[in-house]
Structures are given as structure tokens and as C-alpha cells.
Design a protein around this ligand. Structure first.
Ligand code: ADP
Ligand code: MG
Length: 383
């Protein structure tokens, strides 16, 4: 790390360095809190934590990406509401570890990250997961990656107050280089699916629109409530329990009982789980090129049925497909953030340029375009 060192900030040399990545989701959006399927890959962008242990029961937290100096958090009596702002994420992880009965001690932690924040690339999960892994390792807890993910999600749900599913935390904790993670969020069973090789002759681009619309968190919570209402009206625990083959019958039943919007939310979730299955079938069959149209279809469903897209995200998809991309879709929770675009190597430059041009013509600020290289999940690094 450059700039003021951990030792200068805290008066003690760091004992260890940990890193946790951001992610994009290839397909399977708004399915995780419905106990469905997702398929993320980790980005090379990471949040890093340098940590030194303290003798007292205090956390001191500092981030190069946040102003406001050092945040001091007493571990004893720690409870939701005690910490505001960015430090609620790592403090919430400490709280979740304690609530789960783990012994952790005080620590000084300095964070540094190149995961864009608020871009739908899961900087929040990267921050949580790196904290959980560091505290686990330093405390000799030896937590499994799925436990790191569950505790991180609990921190975000119950300490920060964001009712997210487990996609982001599982991606950051469990992805491996060169693979997408095919994850069943019901029981966290998973398979690493080779993806770098599958992309032979193709690239997966990320387009960060750099726009995050206001009230996104409230809208996310409403979508979640609508899904729960749909499941309740159908008499199933989660929308995962509505098989694709029974979707038409389910929608017919909902016709009379729920709002039109809830019907469409149900249709998105059930068809999206089916799209994840189709993508996995195509990847397993060595037909990665053919996933393009499935991605674009998924975008239409998020735009029209789930209503979580934005004009900028729609424009990325429209402009890139018109310029010859194999497929494109928004990725992450939506309401702004980022999209993924699958392109042939030969078309990558033209597609990127077409997106920039379309943004310029529409009067939007320039998006950031980069390649999604499937990278490693959270890990300890040499100092
Ligand atoms: P996303 O996860 O898509 O980036 P979120 O709104 O879920 O967006 O999380 C972004 C928030 O997470 C930031 O506003 C900030 O509070 C916190 N955050 C993430 N990374 C860092 C970091 N490296 N340093 C400080 N705060 C961070
Ligand atoms: Mg987040």
C-alpha cells in the first residue's frame, strides 16, 4: 500500500494481509433471496486489509477509500445502530462473529480497495468478507468460506440494515480463478465451472455506468417483499419452489389474487432460475457462445418484469447488442451500477466504442469499461 502506512496510523506493524474481491454476476439476478440459483465470478479488483492485534477489546478502523479518519469501535456491548457510515460494515462483521459465539479480540485494521463503490460490483461484500476472514484467521477460528459468507451477510442484513441475499458474500468468499461459481443459494451447494477457457475467442466486458439512482435500497426491499407476497399467495416457502413447468398455472392462479406487479416479479424469478440452468447446460456442453442471447433475455426480464434496470443500463445493452455483442445484461441489484457484455475478441473494441458513443449522444457521463477476468476469492496474502 502507498501513502500513510498501517504502522504510522496505528503504531504497530501489521501482522497479516488479506484480500477479498468484488464480483459480477453472469446470470441469476434477484434469485438469491428466493433461494434460487446464481452464477457469479470474482473480479481482479480487491479490498485489502492490513491487520494488527490489540490487547484491549477495541477495533480501530481506517479506510483509504473513506474520509473521516479512524473509527473506534468497542467490542463489548456492540449492537446494531452503534456504528454509522462505512465502518458499520466491518463493525457489523465483528458483531456477527460475536453473536455467533466466536471469540475475537481487538484489532487495528487499515483497508484499501480498487473495487468501485456503489457500482453494483459488491464493494460492500468485499469489505465484509475481508474483515471476516482476517478476524477468523487471526483468532484461529478457521471458519469455512460459507461461514465467512453467512456471517458477512448477517452483518449487512442486521447491522447495516440492507436486506441483501447471499450472492455477493458467497462470490467474494468462494470464487476461484478461471471459474464461475454455480451456486444453489438454498443449501449453498456449489460447483466451480471453468470459464476462462470457455471464453476462448471471447471476452466478458464490464460497463460501469457510474450512475447509482437514489432510493435503490428501499426499492430493493420492496422487490423482496413482493417476492415474498408472491410465494405466500402460491403457498410455497420461496419462489424457488415454483417449477418452471408450472409457471403458467401459477401465473393464472395469481391473476385474481395479487397485484399485477407481483405476478411479473414471480415471472422474472422463475424464468431467471431457468436461465441459470440453461447457461450451465450450455457451458457444460462447451457452447459458451450460445449463452449470449440468454443473457440479453435476462436483461429484458429485469427491465420489464422486475423493473430494476435504468435508462443507462438499458442503453449499454441496446448499444452493445446493436454493435455486434453476443449478449448483454445488467448485473447486480440494479437501479444503476454495472452491466456485463459478452463479445467476440474481434468485436470488443467496436462494441466498447459504440457504448461510449451512445452514452455521449444521450448526454450521459462516460462509463468505465473493463474486462472481467475470473479471479480468486478471498485469501490471505504474503505481507
Ligand atoms: P456495492 O456493494 O455495489 O459497491 P453498496 O451500496 O452495497 O454498493 O456498498 C457501498 C458502500 O460500502 C460504500 O458506500 C461504503 O460505505 C462501503 N464501502 C465499500 N468498500 C469500502 C472501502 N474500501 N472503504 C470504505 N467503505 C467502503
Ligand atoms: Mg453491496
Amino acid at each position: 500500500m502507498t501513502g500513510t502506512s498501517h504502522e504510522e496510523l496505528f503504531g504497530a506493524a501489521p501482522e497479516g494481509l488479506w484480500a477479498a474481491p468484488g464480483r459480477v454476476n453472469l446470470i441469476g439476478e434477484h434469485t438469491d433471496y428466493n433461494e434460487g440459483f446464481v452464477m457469479p465470478l470474482a473480479l481482479p479488483h480487491t479490498t485489502r486489509a492490513l491487520v494488527s492485534r490489540r490487547r484491549d477489546r477495541t477495533l480501530r478502523l481506517r479506510s483509504r477509500n473513506a474520509g473521516g479518519g479512524t473509527v473506534t469501535v468497542p467490542l463489548d456491548g456492540l449492537a446494531p445502530g452503534a456504528v454509522e457510515g462505512w465502518a458499520a460494515y466491518p463493525a457489523g462483521v465483528a458483531w456477527a462473529l460475536l453473536e455467533d459465539g466466536h471469540e475475537i479480540g481487538g484489532a487495528d485494521i487499515s483497508f484499501d480497495s480498487d473495487v468501485p463503490t456503489g457500482a453494483g460490483l459488491s464493494s460492500s461484500a468485499a469489505l465484509e468478507v475481508v474483515t471476516a476472514l482476517a478476524l477468523s484467521d487471526l483468532g484461529g477460528l478457521d471458519l469455512a468460506p460459507e461461514t465467512v459468507a453467512r456471517l458477512s451477510q448477517r452483518a449487512e442484513n442486521d447491522f447495516v440494515g440492507m436486506p441483501c441475499g447471499i450472492l455477493d458474500q458467497m462470490a467474494s468468499a468462494c470464487c476461484t480463478a478461471g471459474h464461475v461459481l454455480y451456486l444453489d443459494t438454498r443449501d449453498l451447494t456449489r460447483r466451480q465451472v471453468p470459464f476462462a477457457m470457455a471464453l476462448e475467442g471471447m471476452r466478458l466486458l464490464v460497463v460501469d455506468t457510474r450512475v447509482k439512482h437514489a432510493h435503490a435500497d428501499g426499492a430493493y426491499a420492496r422487490r423482496r417483499a413482493e417476492c415474498e407476497a408472491g410465494a405466500a399467495a402460491l403457498g410455497v416457502p420461496y419462489l424457488r419452489d415454483v417449477p418452471f413447468e408450472k409457471l403458467d398455472a401459477a401465473l393464472a392462479r395469481l391473476d385474481r389474487t395479487v397485484q399485477e406487479a407481483v405476478r411479473r416479479r414471480v415471472r422474472h424469478v422463475v424464468t431467471e432460475d431457468r436461465r441459470v440452468e440453461r447457461v450451465i447446460e450450455l457451458l457444460d456442453a462447451g457452447r459458451a457462445r450460445d449463452i449470449g442471447p440468454v443473457l440479453t433475455e435476462g436483461h429484458a426480464s429485469l427491465r420489464d418484469d422486475f423493473e430494476v434496470s435504468s435508462p443507462e443500463l438499458d442503453l449499454v445493452v441496446e448499444a452493445s447488442v446493436a454493435a455486434g455483442a453476443l449478449g448483454a445484461r445488467m448485473t447486480g441489484g440494479g437501479f444503476g451500477g454495472s452491466a456485463v457484455v459478452l463479445v467476440d475478441d474481434a468485436a470488443a473494441e467496436a462494441v466498447g466504442a459504440a457504448v461510449l458513443e451512445a452514452f455521449d449522444a444521450a448526454g450521459h457521463g462516460a462509463p468505465r469499461v473493463f474486462e472481467a477476468i475470473p479471479s480468486a476469492g478471498a485469501q490471505r496474502l504474503p505481507l
